[in-house]
Design a protein around this ligand. Structure first.
Ligand SMILES: [Zn+2]
Length: 386
């Protein structure tokens, strides 16, 4: 590799020395200066999609972490296949910056929340966020800018706290998808105070920065809207989002539960156990993948089966059962859908299933196999749709 690459790594070590309190700078990394291939890029985006769609979220930290990595890759990476060592301290510093803006009392269109700060996690507000809120409150009026905050004596301990938060959770969970660890972004180390972006990752993050940022921010927004603690402040916005993009599940359940129960002989579509009075209407192809209520895409399931399946596709035995179900009950589903005022289109329902399973196979998505079992599709799923 060339001298410019070497000086970049050395420059990084210098900046690491300044900001890190861990003492040891990361070792020099052997690097590959070729660029990642287009196929690598597609695989990379598919994995980003997977962590956003299938990862579990109890807070917004993973979104912030993804945005922080994009920014650091832009600021410090290059367009080669090189690895990039990042001090966790510097990711924490980005974190504090990203949340600074959000730590202000929520206010929109002149409507004030009377000082309420939006929650970013389930349960009690994280202490790192509360500390940011406190610092914001202490800096009154025109002095409450990020630049002033960064210069204050409280900034460094705040970043320290963000670093603990990062290490305790999001950093090691971001790459967990369902029950798998798909390490495609970074590895821990060298040492306990760094992570290393894998070869090509900085380049991918730079190349697809606007898309990744938009995906992360959209999911972040969705999460903040969904938190119960934020509903007193965001009530109207939650209603709007539900109105614009949501499924009216309550109304749906009222209209189709009874006829579906009859078609399924009172059994859960998935485990085939007896359904109790309170069953859940399940979108066979999850709403998150295809947000339209097609009559043929609805089945009735136990609440527990429904929530274990969550936003995943059912495994091949379920696909096989569904294909048989919609073909055996085509005219019943037509009638049920028409009476409930739903869209009825079996051909489209099957086409949507084909698209969704095809996508899941390509990105190697996890599927639900029943109970607490999860796995992957084989190539045979296509046969089931013939
Ligand atoms: Zn069940």
């Amino acid at each position: 590799m060339g001298a410019s690459g070497q000086s970049r790594v050395l420059g990084q070590e210098l900046s690491v020395g300044k900001v890190s309190d861990s003492g040891t700078p990361p070792p020099y990394l052997p690097t590959d200066t070729s660029r990642p291939s287009p196929a690598d890029q597609i695989r990379f985006i598919a994995n980003v999609e997977r962590i956003l769609a299938e990862g579990s979220f109890v807070a917004t930290y993973k979104y912030a972490l993804l945005v922080a990595l994009v920014e650091l890759a832009i600021e410090r990476g290059d367009d080669s296949n090189r690895e990039l060592v990042l001090p966790i301290h510097d990711i924490a510093d980005k974190f504090a910056e990203l949340y600074w803006r959000q730590a202000a009392p929520y206010e929109a269109d002149g409507v004030s929340s009377r000082g309420l700060v939006l929650h970013q996690n389930q349960g009690r507000q994280a202490s790192a966020i509360s500390r940011l809120v406190k610092l914001r409150n202490e800096m009154q009026g025109s002095r409450s800018t990020l630049a002033h905050a960064r210069r204050s004596a409280d900034w460094s301990p705040l970043v320290g706290q963000m670093r603990s938060l990062l290490k305790s959770m999001p950093l090691w969970r971001l790459q967990r998808v369902g029950h798998e660890d798909i390490r495609f972004l970074y590895e821990p180390g060298p040492g306990s105070d760094y992570i290393t972006l894998l070869p090509g990752v900085a380049c991918h993050l730079r190349e697809r920065a606007p898309l990744i940022r938009r995906l992360a921010e959209t999911e972040w927004l969705r999460f903040v809207l969904s938190l119960k603690q934020n509903q007193p402040v965001l009530g109207r916005a939650v209603g709007l989002s539900e109105f614009l993009f949501g499924s009216s599940r309550a109304a749906l359940s009222l209209k189709v539960s009874k006829p579906l129960r009859e078609l399924q002989s009172g059994q859960c579509f998935y485990c085939q156990g007896t359904l109790s009075a309170t069953a859940a209407v399940d979108h066979f192809i999850p709403w998150s993948r295809y947000p339209r209520d097609l009559a043929h895409n609805l089945v009735l399931a136990h609440g527990a089966c429904n929530s274990r399946k969550n936003d995943l596709l059912g495994g091949e035995p379920y696909l096989e059962r569904w294909v048989k179900f919609v073909s055996d009950h085509d005219s019943d589903l037509l009638q049920l859908g028409t009476e409930a005022g739903l869209l009825v289109d079996r051909a489209t329902s099957v086409a949507v299933a084909e698209w969704s399973y095809g996508h899941a196979e390509r990105v190697h998505a996890e599927v639900w196999l029943g109970g607490k079992d999860y796995g992957h599709l084989s190539r045979n799923w296509r046969e089931l749709l013939r």
